[in-house]
Design a protein around this ligand. Structure first.
Ligand SMILES: [Mn+2]
Length: 353
């Protein structure tokens, strides 16, 4: 049996934020196609307690074959108070255990001021010790890379590495961090529709196979996709050539379809030193002309102009050449800065900025 997981839809009314509903509908379409009939929504289904639920409720009722398992998040902690009334919708307002064909799932609703460990401890009493279990909840995983939700400061219902080792679930699938994350055991499906420029990359939802506990991802079609990249510019004769080469690398990494290029909102942060700021901007705009800029164009607030000082420019050229060709430095050492870092530092000293 397969169980799908998504979170952080941050729905408002369908009229107010149609693109968020569209992304959610796209998930439901995929579930039907894949014959998956269980969907866990791990918190923040609504953007706020006051967001109207009628559109969501109607949609759930119309998808009678899908069972919706909802966990309250920090944006909708009271979602269980009769906000959604449909036979196929279950809201878990207390730490609960539900079994899906031999795989148990501990569902942990968001509770302010509580750690996830405390709530898991409560739910654990209801576990069948003979059968495997996974955990789902809404909060911060403190054991992995530290992705912060830029929209929310502070720590929300933390889950620690010690918790995971102690309870020893097969998998943990969480909501709250909008950026998708996969690791050996802990996963964030990520928001199906990006709410912030930092929520970059294609959107997807997670599927758990109850036999064995493997996970996989399915794509979500959205109206908008965010991407960001950094470009470092050096004041060399072939400045434009270098900009173009870097831009091509970035585009290759993204490898977007023509349709996704049109949906994209990109942020290109150019930093470093240029002999012609205007030319740099023009070549960046030219390279990314098939994409939509999030801001009006590339962000050049950290790109310094150096054309006004020929002596320093000469010094900069000589330094770069020295670092490139003569400096005996093993950049491959794990502790070593990159060659680019060394050049940046040298230029910072020369230009005092
Ligand atoms: Mn949240």
């Amino acid at each position: 049996m397969q169980i799908a997981f998504t979170a952080d839809l941050h729905l408002k009314s369908a009229r107010e934020a149609p693109e968020r509903f569209k992304a959610f509908k796209n998930i439901l379409e995929t579930l039907k196609k894949e014959k998956i009939s269980e969907l866990v929504l791990a918190g923040d289904i609504f953007d706020s307690e006051g967001a109207p639920a009628a559109d969501f409720e109607r949609l759930c009722i119309s998808e009678a074959k899908i069972k919706f398992h909802i966990i309250p998040g920090n944006h909708d902690p009271l979602i269980g108070m009769g906000k959604i009334l449909a036979d196929n919708v279950n809201v878990y307002s207390t730490p609960s255990v539900k079994e899906f064909e031999g795989m148990q799932l501990i569902l942990i609703p968001y509770a302010a001021g509580k750690s996830m460990g405390e709530s898991i401890e409560e739910a654990r009493l209801h576990l069948d010790k003979e059968k495997p279990f996974c955990i789902t909840g809404h909060g911060d995983w403190l054991g992995g890379r530290t992705e912060v939700n830029p929209l929310e400061e502070g720590t929300y219902m933390p889950l620690t590495k010690a918790d995971v080792n102690r309870f020893n679930p097969i998998k943990v699938i969480l909501g709250h961090i909008h950026k998708p994350m996969d690791s050996e055991r802990v996963f964030y499906p990520g928001s199906p529709f990006p709410l912030h420029i930092n929520e970059t990359g294609p959107r997807s939802f997670l599927v758990l196979n109850t036999a064995g506990g493997d996970t996989s991802r399915f794509n979500v079609e959205t109206d908008k996709l965010y991407f960001s990249a950094d470009i470092f510019i050096l004041p060399l004769e072939d400045e434009v050539k270098s900009i173009k080469a870097q831009a091509r690398n970035i585009k290759e990494q993204w490898s977007l379809s023509e349709l996704n290029k049109k949906k994209s909102r990109i942020r290109i942060k150019a930093s470093g030193y240029t002999s012609d700021r205007e030319k740099a901007v023009l070549s960046l705009k030219e390279e990314f002309k098939e994409y939509g800029f999030y801001d009006n164009g590339p962000d050049i607030s950290r790109l310094m102009s150096v054309s006004d000082d020929p002596e320093r420019m000469d010094l900069a050229h000589k330094s770069i050449e020295y670092i490139e060709k003569e400096l005996k430095w093993d950049f491959s050492q794990p502790e070593s800065p990159s060659k680019e870092d060394v050049i940046k530092e040298a230029l910072r000293i020369i230009y005092k900025k």
